[in-house]
Design a protein around this ligand. Structure first.
Ligand SMILES: NCc1[nH]cc(CCC(=O)O)c1CC(=O)O
Length: 312
C-alpha cells in the first residue's frame, strides 16, 4: 500500500488523535502517504442539546463509519469511549494501541481537590457517570452541565465561574492542557468510563492490506482490558441513560475489573469487582454485569433507562 486516508472528526482532540496515528503509521511504514478526511458529525452539530436527548454517543461515530463503508476513507481513529458496544457489519476495531492514562481529572485553580471544594460548590461535567460519582461522594455539590469539545468546556467553566470541572485526563494530556488540572482523580474515587483513554483504529473487515498496516499498533494488554469492559457495557446497555463506569487492568495473566451502575443523582450506587485469567476477559466483564444487575442495577436500569446512550 502506498497511501491511506484517515477519517476523523474536526475537533482539536479528534484531529490530534488522527494525526498521532498517522505519524505512528509513517514511522512504521516509511514512504506511506497519509491524508485526512475531516468530517463534522451530528454530535458536533447539536452541541446545544444534552447528548442523551439527541441520540447518544453513537452520534460522533456513525457518519465516520459510513465514510469507511462507502470507501471514502481507509481507516478511522475514534476515542473508544465514544463507541457503542455493537459495531456495524463490515467494520472492525483493527488495532487498539497502548492505553493512555484512563483517569478523570478535576480542572480548576491549583491546589483544588474534590475534598477541598467548598460546600455547595458548582462543578461542571457533561457526563452522567461523573455527576453520579461526584454526588455520591459530595451530595452538597451542584453539577452544571458542560458540553462541547475540551477547550469549549474549559472556557465555559471560566465564563460560568464554576469552582471546577471534571474531564478525562487523556484528552487534556493529548491537547497539552495538563496545566489546567488541579487533581488527577484516582480510579478508586472516580471509576473511569468503559474504554476511557483508549484509541480505537477501525477499518473494513475485508481490507487485509490496511489490517496489515495497523497490526503493529495493537497492544495485547489494552485489548484484554477493553474486551472485559465492553462485555460489561454490552450486558448493561439495555438502559443506556444510566450512569455506568467500568475499568479493567491486567496484572500478569489476570484481568481485574471494577464496575459501577448508579442513579443519576448519586443517591444509589451499585459497585462490584471480578477477576479471572486474561483468556476469560469477556466472561469476567459479563459476570460482573450480571452480579451488579442482581444486586440492584436492574432496578436502576428499569427506573432510569431510556432508548439512547449518554456521553460517558
Ligand atoms: N466524551 C468526549 C471524550 N471522548 C474521549 C475523551 C477523552 C479521551 C479518551 O478518553 O480517550 C473525551 C473528553 C472527555 O471526556 O473529557
Amino acid at each position: 500500500m502506498k497511501a491511506v486516508r484517515i477519517a476523523t472528526r474536526q475537533s482539536p482532540l479528534a484531529l490530534w488523535q488522527a494525526r498521532h496515528v498517522g505519524s505512528l503509521l509513517t514511522q512504521l511504514h516509511p514512504g506511506l502517504e497519509v491524508s485526512f478526511v475531516e468530517m463534522t458529525t451530528a454530535g458536533d452539530r447539536f452541541l446545544a442539546a444534552p447528548l442523551s436527548t439527541v441520540g447518544g454517543k453513537g452520534l460522533f461515530v456513525k457518519e465516520i463509519e459510513q465514510c469507511l463503508l462507502d470507501g471514502r476513507a481507509d481507516l478511522a481513529v475514534h476515542s473508544l469511549k465514544d463507541m457503542t458496544s455493537v459495531l456495524p457489519a463490515g467494520l472492525l476495531l483493527a488495532a487498539l494501541p497502548v492505553r493512555e492514562d484512563p483517569r478523570d481529572a478535576l480542572c480548576g485553580p491549583a491546589g483544588l481537590t474534590i475534598e477541598r471544594l467548598p460546600r455547595g460548590a458548582r462543578v461542571g461535567t457533561s457526563s452522567l457517570r461523573r455527576s453520579c460519582i461526584l454526588r455520591a461522594r459530595r451530595p452538597d455539590l451542584e453539577i452544571v452541565s458542560l458540553r462541547g469539545n475540551v477547550q469549549t468546556r474549559l472556557a465555559r467553566m471560566r465564563e460560568l465561574e464554576l469552582h471546577g470541572a471534571v474531564l478525562a485526563f487523556a484528552g487534556l494530556k493529548r491537547l497539552g492542557l495538563e496545566s489546567e488540572i488541579a487533581e488527577v482523580l484516582p480510579t478508586s474515587l472516580s471509576l473511569p468510563a468503559v474504554g476511557q483513554g483508549v484509541l480505537a483504529i477501525q477499518c473494513r473487515t475485508e481490507d487485509v492490506a490496511v489490517r496489515g498496516l495497523l497490526a503493529p499498533l495493537e497492544d495485547a494488554t489494552t485489548r484484554v482490558a477493553v474486551t472485559a469492559e465492553r462485555a460489561f457495557m454490552a450486558r448493561l446497555e439495555g438502559g443506556c441513560t444510566v450512569p455506568l463506569a467500568g475499568h479493567a487492568t491486567v496484572v500478569g495473566q489476570t484481568v481485574h475489573m471494577r464496575g459501577l451502575v448508579g442513579r443519576p443523582d448519586g443517591t444509589k450506587v451499585v459497585e462490584g469487582e471480578r477477576s479471572g485469567p486474561v483468556e476469560t476477559a469477556l466472561a469476567v466483564g459479563d459476570a460482573l454485569a450480571e452480579d451488579l444487575l442482581a444486586r440492584g442495577a436492574a432496578d436502576i436500569l428499569r427506573d432510569f433507562g431510556r432508548a439512547s446512550a449518554p456521553e460517558s
